[in-house]
Design a binder for this molecule. Structure first.
Ligand code: SAJ
Length: 397
């Protein structure tokens, strides 16, 4: 259920490596149609050929409605509502749509990132509507942990955490995943598995917040934060991550709120890390606006500004929750009337921004702002006749 960034690759891998007959279900008819024609509707390296292969062999087919199966996997989005409260309505509606199809011996697994207790809630819903199935079907939570851009490798090789609502459920889910996962399968209960996913991404958010906080301190203290972190990391027990212009994507910038919304009194560091990472993007916006003002005062003309990168991290085309995009938007809306060149080498066009080739933008700009650490930016010729604002360490060796 759900043929998105995780559901579709999982369906393909289960069909190809697990030899399983898979029906991929999505409410979007366009996604279903494209999938049935062997066409990828997401950008992810290495799965295009595999998709056509499993569609041609008949191991995978897509549909807008679920059909009677032996195992059901819920892989739909869990966004948040206002006030950062998690919205599990997609999980619930996908669950409701399979309830009439469930039969004795079936496996029901939630993979969607979910607040603690969601699997138990869905079990209650299932057994309320189908009381005769209590104890006769197996229900588990098994979060995905793959890195966008490296999904095919990580789906097979990463360890997985699997938590059933009871021992039999954990056993059955482990048995299923062992058909195509080469990483270790770690058993636990459903609440721990849910919290584990949230913990992994919150841990990364907290660590990035530490790097971002350091970058703002170092800016004031006139210290090169990249050199500082490199040196501190020479200590055998220190491993600081890299600062950037904020934290983006649909996982790390979102999942910690699933903890803070439920445990506001206890989740202090997690909440503060979110604030710091959000604040870093505001801070970066102010830095750019100040540089533009200073240029105008010095040179008595408006600067040409190149905003380098819109994606939420290097070498991808994904702009979801991207701080680079937000900063660019805010700088453009600041009413300065400067000539702003927007660059994103991984996409050819955008419905809001007019994109400029990165070499041309770099060449023409008075102020160059590196927002995303895309590899091609690292090869631009060095020049000292521009103001360079480097939020992502492009200029560092
Ligand atoms: N970032 C930094 N500094 C760093 C590392 C990352 O500023 O040192 C920023 C990136 O630029 C980006 C954001 O953090 O804006 C998130 O990027 P990421 O590469 O850390 O993570 P995602 O969102 O692509 O994928 C994460 C992964 N989780 C962890 O590494 C704990 C992935 O394994 C999960 O499967 C994925 O979230 C998910 O689906 O939850």
């Amino acid at each position: 259920m759900g043929l998105g960034y995780i559901g579709l690759p999982t369906a393909i891998i289960a069909a190809k490596k697990g030899g399983i007959d898979v029906i991929g279900v999505d409410i979007n008819p366009k996604v279903v149609d494209m999938t049935n024609h062997g066409k990828l509707h997401i950008v992810e390296p290495g799965i295009g050929d595999m998709l056509s292969e499993v569609i041609e062999s008949g191991k995978l087919r897509a549909s807008t409605a679920p059909e009677v199966s032996d195992a059901y996997f819920i892989v739909v989005p869990t966004p948040f509502k206002g006030d950062h409260v998690p919205d599990i309505s997609y999980v619930e509606s996908a669950t409701r749509s399979v309830i009439p199809l469930l039969k004795e011996g079936d496996l029901f697994v939630i993979e969607s990132t979910s607040p603690v207790g969601t699997t138990e809630l869905m079990s209650e819903l299932i057994f309320r509507l189908r009381p005769e199935l209590e104890g006769k079907i197996q229900i588990a939570y098994c979060p995905e942990r793959v890195l966008p851009g490296n999904v095919i490798y990580e789906l097979v090789h990463n360890d997985r955490v699997i938590g059933g609502i009871d021992e039999a459920s954990t056993d059955k889910a482990i048995d299923f995943y062992s058909r195509f996962v080469k990483g270790q399968l770690h058993r636990t209960n459903s609440r721990t598995a849910e919290m584990c996913k949230l913990t992994e991404n919150s841990s990364r958010d907290v660590q990035i917040a530490f790097a971002n906080e350091l970058s703002m301190i170092c800016d004031k203290a006139d210290i090169n934060v990249w050199e500082l972190i490199k040196l501190a990391n020479k200590h055998p027990r220190v491993n600081i991550l890299q600062p950037g212009c904020g934290v983006g994507g649909h996982c790390i910038a979102v999942d910690p709120y699933f903890i803070t919304a439920r445990f506001p009194d206890e989740a202090k560091i997690i909440a503060t890390a979110r604030d710091i990472n959000n604040y870093k993007a505001q801070w970066a916006t102010e830095r750019v606006k100040n540089a533009m003002l200073r240029f105008e005062l010095d040179k008595k003309r408006k600067p040409v500004v190149a905003m380098m990168g819109l994606a939420f991290k290097p070498d991808i085309d994904d702009l979801r929750e991207s701080p680079a995009k937000r900063i660019t938007m805010n700088v453009m809306q600041s009413g300065n009337n400067a000539d702003i060149l927007v660059v994103e080498p991984n996409i050819s066009e955008h419905n809001v921004f007019k994109l400029t080739d990165y070499r041309e933008a770099y060449e023409r700009a008075d102020i160059v702002v590196f927002l995303t650490g895309h590899t091609p930016f690292k090869k631009l010729p060095w020049t000292d006749d521009k103001v360079i604002i480097d939020f992502c360490g492009i200029l560092q060796k």
